[in-house]
Design a protein. Structure first.
Length: 372
């Protein structure tokens, strides 16, 4: 059984190409992912998946390892909203989803029938997207998803070559790339029509999953130091009052309020005028730290509210597919005035514009994800 140590090879990319070539040719590999060691084979190779199934029939179910939630939807077009939400916020990472499968559609139907049968266990298909760097490198070069076993025994990577050959006779090579990151293994989540439940507690806790499954509001301006921080602070207070909880308890109630800027410099505080104005109304944003608007933030958000039409147009020019969730904050279609460089009167006027728009937003948003 061959071994490929990615931490000692002279050319890592050549080693990755070798791993991809061998898996593409139908070889089974032992891989060290962040949640523990797994066996892997190409989803395009029925013979390899048949061998993988026989070798691990009594040890662990098989899962389809995809790059991201978009590829998951390619293979499972009817993916439930609760699954999409959690996948977009947790992946890549140590979490596996058990999703109901009523019929094979999308690219799943294009896989060899034997592979479909091996993956679909009693109407359920398991999906995951590991964070490990080498896995992401392999997936970029591989023509389709990998099929992985669930976490193998903790001592697997410590076994000798002979012991590995005896335990997994169809495995042809082992990849080594540092230690396991999460000793707890993957968290396994079952998706149901009613929502989700934890099958196995792992690296991601139930409390963190609850926070990540909630509704995310994202306010966007230019520099993330005046308008959007004020909107964030004001809306957080409004939501807390409606849900009868403290501002800081909103994540535990299934609601997260964030802000960002199209041209923000990471790490700047909110403007002194914004801080003082909100403090006069009992809202403290003195610990606000500006951040640049990123693809990750856009993917995570359920509502993206921009201060101006220009902000919205800039975002949509790069992500027209997100048009349904990106809106102007003002329901009248007016831009929220920028107080930067002005005095307290300008900031007060800006605050009043934002408050009026937020009151309208609060009346029309869906807070069904918030917990009781």
């Amino acid at each position: 059984m061959d071994q490929i140590d990615l931490q000692s090879v002279e050319d890592r990319r050549d080693a990755i190409v070798d791993v991809v070539a061998r898996i593409s040719q139908g070889e089974i590999a032992l891989l060290p992912l962040e949640g523990g060691p797994v066996l892997a084979a190409s989803s395009q190779n029925a013979h390899a998946i048949e061998s993988l199934s026989r070798m691990t029939a009594n040890e662990s179910p098989l899962a389809l390892a995809v790059k991201n939630v978009h590829e998951a939807e390619d293979y499972l077009p009817d993916l439930a909203g609760s699954a999409r939400r959690l996948m977009s916020r947790c992946w890549p990472g140590p979490i596996e989803f058990e999703c109901p499968l009523e019929r094979s559609e999308g690219l799943l139907a294009c896989l060899p029938r034997l592979v479909q049968h091996a993956l679909c266990d009693e109407g359920v298909i398991r999906l995951l997207s590991p964070r490990k760097d080498f896995f992401q490198e392999v997936r970029r070069l591989l023509s389709g998803p990998l099929v992985l076993t669930s976490r193998l025994a903790d001592d697997t990577l410590a076994l000798s070559t002979e012991q590995l050959r005896e335990r997994y006779p169809a495995c042809r090579f082992v990849v080594r790339d540092g230690s396991v990151r999460f000793s707890e293994g993957n968290t396994v989540v079952r998706i149901t029509p009613q929502g989700w439940s934890i099958v196995r507690q792992g690296a991601i806790s139930s409390a963190n999953l609850q926070r990540m499954s909630g509704t995310v509001f994202l306010f966007v301006c230019t520099g993330n130091t005046c308008r959007s921080p004020m909107a964030e602070g004001l809306f957080r207070r409004m939501l807390a009052r409606q849900l009868n909880c403290a501002d800081e308890d909103l994540p535990d109630r299934g609601v997260l309020v964030l802000s960002a800027g199209l041209s923000a410099g990471d790490g700047s505080q909110a403007s002194p005028e914004s801080v003082q104005l909100l403090l006069d109304h009992g809202i403290d944003i003195s610990d606000h730290i500006s951040q640049q608007l990123t693809e990750d933030l856009l993917e995570r958000a359920d509502y993206v509210l921009t201060m101006t039409r220009g902000h919205r147009e800039v975002i949509l020019s790069g992500r027209p597919d997100l048009a349904d969730k990106i809106a102007l904050l003002s329901p009248s279609g007016r831009d929220i005035s920028d107080p930067i460089g002005g005095g307290m009167r300008d900031y007060e006027n800006c605050k009043q514009e934002i408050e009026s728009a937020l009151e309208s937003l609060l009346r029309r948003v869906d807070l069904s994800q918030a917990t009781d």
